[in-house]
Design a protein around this ligand. Structure first.
Ligand code: MIG
Length: 688
């Protein structure tokens, strides 16, 4: 049994994160105490006394905290301070407090176990034992929020109740489970053809190629550069013949340029965010000066969403939404004032402090908090300052697309995923984990983020495999792909200027072929588990702690995950390692794959093991009485069609598996024809 109570504090903004309208709970909220504190703020000399109330929950030494979606650090989030404040920050190091998303849901698991969701779209500080190791403190910028308290018999049940509260997760078309190649810097149709050829020539499976900002004309949304993509529609078709989907990027900022239809229309109808005087707010991103569509306004959102039609009409079936925190390189107003200040010191002999101040001044141009306080949204006729709803922008942009797709392509699933997000956006699209680096630590971070994101409804997700920034090495890419074959979004993406990272550029092409081939072979299981998780409000990736709550060892495991009902994964994430330690909370069957056609298995008892995992092998574990349906591999998703279904399993007598299968495009998800019961029976002779 589970129950959810909503406590309304002040005058909350309706974020539309939830889909259930719960009546306001009566009385005081449980677990937390509101502490009134007067603190001195800042470390500067002009300290101001500030009233900063917070919600306090005392932490026992054994209490664990799970959740918070896209964030740095552990699966157990305890021992750090996080801020929900969507930020374009490519340094995902341990000392950060925010990434691109704001996912204010977590579960406290100690002597009491309960879930907490803070539906609050402004900046929120979540101190999980930082200020004091024995205190959890929640501090919003102002006291207008909905506090949800969730209770249930297990963590899993609490999460499920939460997922029901926020509504069904986004379901992409099935081709979007295929492998995708991306790179910032593919300039032309020729560049894309070369990538596809590279993959096909080496027999490495591939389903999509991503178009980064270079496909546009001067970085203008919903345009295609004519010189570099002479006949785009034809090119999209040509790629389809090769079973390749092109996935263009869309940025949040709309270039201000006379004659550019998106700009002109937005201006004419007043669809852009405005400053306090009512004039369009001007920031700068890739195209130079831009306006930001007011995606929190229904009409403007509708308008912006319909712009995607320009690309849908040319055969495009998938998109990624970028820079929607929104990232601002500088604002027109702030740049002016910074320039003034620089001019005023132009011929001065700067001392050290002045030099630092100058640097700060210039660095402070990007994503400046003051800029976020200087423009407004029109939400149902209410004028709301951006910083109060900052964390909703990426949600609004992706919702714009998602709502438009429902109208423009009612029968067909369209791929969409976003960089910035808020809970609620998970109904409209997926997310990728943003600008990571080609670091081994980021491979592990990729793994840790998966269950936290699943808790918050984000199922269609993945990291830039191989790492976005910095130069990758062949072994890092191989190891990262060995995790990536299990994540719904499986995309290799790299930044401009970094080492070329397409799989065929390295020496062990056969290993890449086999490894990615395993992804395709396991598709019957992976797709099925995704669909069941989405339709049943379950997590796809679970920490061991959720599945074996009585097992003290399992609770500590931060580098293995359960994937769906049948398997546990434990990828290698250290360089030069020939294997790794793995903990088995129960007997499991080890499956070792060199390719889908070369498998070895071994039954292991519960316990700790050192498992050898060479660079050219994938290892996973099947739970007792569980089944993994698979097929032979293929070069692309369409090639899997009609292949014979086979089984990997750890069945001693008889077990069943619910296999979900559909055409990968339609939306009649709930239709029972998609579910088949598979049975594996082992005869006494087989057991031999
Ligand atoms: O400021 O479009 O996260 O995936 O390649 C960089 C260029 C803008 C950030 C995205 C990244 C993308 C890049 N974009």
């Amino acid at each position: 049994m589970s129950r959810i109570r909503r406590f309304s504090i002040g005058n909350p903004i309706n974020t539309e994160a939830v889909v259930q309208n719960l009546p306001e709970a009566k009385g005081e909220f449980p677990y937390f105490t509101r502490i009134q504190s007067t603190e001195s703020s800042g470390i500067n000399l002009q300290e101001t006394m500030e009233q900063k109330d917070y919600l306090l929950y005392p932490l026992e030494p054994e209490t664990r905290i799970y959740g918070l979606g896209e964030n740095i650090r552990g699966i157990n989030k305890r021992g750090w301070i996080y801020e929900s404040n969507c930020t374009d920050d490519p340094n995902h190091t341990e000392d950060r407090r925010s990434l691109y998303g704001a996912h204010n849901f977590f579960v406290v698991d100690g002597q009491e176990t309960f879930g907490v969701f803070l539906d609050y779209p402004g900046k929120l500080t979540l101190d999980m034992g930082y200020e004091r190791m024995d205190e959890l403190r929640i501090t919003p910028e102002d006291w207008n929020l909905d506090l949800y308290i969730l209770e249930g018999d297990s963590i899993r049940e609490i999460v499920k109740a939460f997922r029901q509260l926020i509504g069904r997760s986004y379901i992409p078309p099935r081709w979007a489970f295929g492998f995708g190649q991306s790179r910032w810097g593919y300039q032309s149709a020729e560049d894309i053809r070369e990538v596809v050829k590279g993959y096909r020539d080496h027999g490495i499976p591939l389903d999509s190629v991503y178009l980064d900002i270079d496909y546009m004309e001067d970085f203008k949304d919903f345009t295609v550069n004519q010189e570099r993509f002479p006949d785009f529609r034809k090119f999209v078709e040509e790629m389809k013949q090769e079973h390749i989907h092109l996935v263009p990027i869309i940025d949040a900022g709309v270039k201000t340029e006379q004659g550019y239809d998106v700009y002109e229309e937005g201006l004419e109808h007043g669809y852009f965010c405005k400053d306090e005087t009512g004039k369009e707010f001007t920031g700068a991103v890739w195209p130079g000066k831009v306006h930001f569509p007011d995606v929190l306004n229904r009409e403007a959102r509708n308008w912006f969403g319909r712009k995607y039609q320009f690309l849908l009409e040319q055969g495009i079936e998938g998109f990624w939404n970028d820079m929607n925190e929104p990232a601002i390189f500088y604002s027109e107003k702030n740049l002016e004032s910074v320039m003034e200040k620089i001019k005023s010191i132009e011929s001065r002999n700067l001392d050290m402090w002045e030099t630092f101040a100058l640097k700060d001044l210039v660095n402070g141009l990007a994503n400046n908090p003051e800029d976020y306080k200087s423009f407004y949204h029109d939400m149902d006729g209410r004028k709301i300052r951006h910083d109060k709803v900052h964390n909703l922008y990426g949600f609004g942009m992706t919702r714009a697309a998602g709502e438009a797709f429902e109208e423009l392509e009612p029968e067909k699933r369209i791929l969409i995923f976003s960089r910035s997000s808020y809970i609620g956006m998970h109904r409209y699209g997926g997310i990728w984990m943003g600008d990571n680096q080609s670091w081994w630590s980021h491979l592990l971070m990729n793994l840790k983020m998966l269950p936290s994101l699943n808790m918050c409804g984000f199922l269609y997700t993945g990291a830039d495999l191989g790492g976005f920034g910095s130069d990758v090495t062949e072994d890092l890419l191989l190891r990262w792909l060995a995790l990536g074959i299990f994540t719904p979004l499986m995309r290799n993406h790299a930044a401009l200027g970094t080492r070329e990272q397409e799989c065929y550029r390295f020496t062990q092409t056969e290993t890449f072929r086999n490894l990615i081939g395993i992804r395709y072979g396991l598709m019957p299981y992976l797709y099925s588990e995704y669909m069941k998780a989405a339709l049943g409000n379950e997590m796809l990736f679970q920490p061991l702690a959720f599945v074996y709550p009585e097992d003290e060892h399992a609770k500590e495991v931060e580098d293995q995950l359960l994937l769906g009902e049948s398997i546990m994964i434990a990828p290698v994430y250290t360089q030069n390692a020939g294997g790794r330690y793995v903990y088995l909370p129960e007997p499991m069957k080890l499956v070792r794959l060199k390719s889908m056609e070369q498998t070895e298995t071994e039954i292991l008892e519960q316990g700790h093991y050192y498992i050898e995992i060479p660079l050219d092998e994938v290892v996973f574990f099947i739970r007792p009485e569980k089944i993994v349906p698979y097929t032979d591999s293929g070069q692309y998703m369409d090639a899997l069609e009609g292949q014979e279904l086979k089984f990997l399993h750890f069945v001693t007598e008889r077990a069943e598996y619910e296999w979900y299968q559909d055409d990968g495009y339609g939306k009649d998800y709930e239709n029972p024809v998609h579910s088949k019961k598979l049975v594996v029976e082992v005869s006494a002779a087989d057991k031999g």
